[in-house]
Design a protein around this ligand. Structure first.
Ligand SMILES: [Zn+2]
Length: 286
């Protein structure tokens, strides 16, 4: 029951694109961020490849669609992506941010061959450390797709299940941590959130790929971090706004916690490692 065919679905629908990873094949690393993770007030719209100075290669034949060089904007610029390139491959576009250097800005609309180097990774813009931010966009659908569903999982090794951690409740005046194992007071249906961290093989702390919430065995939330569709803001799976899924980096559990005897959470990562937790909280209602 806890298996899904989304990976196959995407692989079939987009396989004609045949995008390669935008890095040299013998490059060794582990992605440092996953698609759809919370960035506190928005979804992370791609994946991060850590490191500095490594060559960035066109993943297929391409035309340069957009190029912004940091040096064009003096001083502290409003543009957080730093040096940025977007490539047009036909049905799909790919994007690259925080670059150190790029040749893609040299001529407008220049063409690149598959595997051609056009940039090196860096730390430009608002970046917490050297990395390449990489995204894949399907313009006809106004959809950002999880790159791991298209490129495969070469740089994503994940052997550990997601960790389910503490609860937080968004009260009118503050965000408060609660221990659901102990009785607690809740005077209204304030939204309850849970911290979930996915672990890789070492110290990675990633976003999960999918989670479901059940109240007394009734499913009330099912979110999958496969795509973001632009429809009155970016919506996860075409459905959920950022605020419906996250409060800061906490995942939404429910805003009906007082009406359920039992709350169950299923979470899994893209490698299929899964975690299940349930709670029967004792809530004082007044
Ligand atoms: Zn990123």
């Amino acid at each position: 029951m806890f298996r899904f065919c989304v990976v196959l679905f995407f692989a079939e629908s987009l396989i004609a694109q045949e995008l390669d990873w935008p890095v040299e094949k013998d490059k060794k690393f582990q992605i440092s961020s996953t698609f759809g993770e919370s960035r506190m007030d928005h979804f992370h719209n791609g994946i991060d490849l850590p490191g500095e100075g490594f060559p960035v290669l066109s993943p297929a034949d391409a035309r340069v669609l957009y190029c912004h060089h940091d040096s064009e904007v003096p001083g502290e610029m409003p543009f957080g992506g730093g040096t940025t390139v977007v490539l047009d491959h036909g049905k799909l576009w790919t994007g690259y941010m925080h670059l150190a250097e790029t040749t893609a800005c040299n001529n407008e609309g220049q063409l690149l061959a598959r595997g051609e180097k056009f940039a090196s990774a860096g730390n430009s813009g608002h970046s917490g450390g050297p990395h390449l931010h990489f995204f894949i966009y399907e313009p006809a659908q106004r959809t950002l797709v999880n790159p791991l569903l298209i490129l495969g999982q070469d740089y994503y090794r994940d052997k550990k299940p997601p960790l389910v951690k503490e609860w937080g409740v968004l009260l009118p005046e503050k965000f408060a941590m609660v221990n659901p194992q102990r009785p607690f007071r809740l005077s209204a249906d304030y939204p309850v959130y849970v911290l979930i961290e996915d672990q890789g093989v070492a110290r990675e702390r990633w976003g999960i790929f999918e989670y479901r919430v059940f109240l007394d065995d009734r499913e009330v939330l099912a979110a999958r971090f496969d795509r973001l569709v632009f429809n009155d803001g970016w919506r996860l799976g075409g459905k959920y706004s950022f605020e419906e899924i996250f409060y800061r980096n906490f995942y939404t559990l429910t805003n009906q916690v007082r009406r359920a005897r039992r709350i169950r959470l299923e979470a899994r990562d893209l490698a299929g490692n899964s975690t299940e937790r349930s709670w029967e909280p004792t809530i004082q209602q007044n």
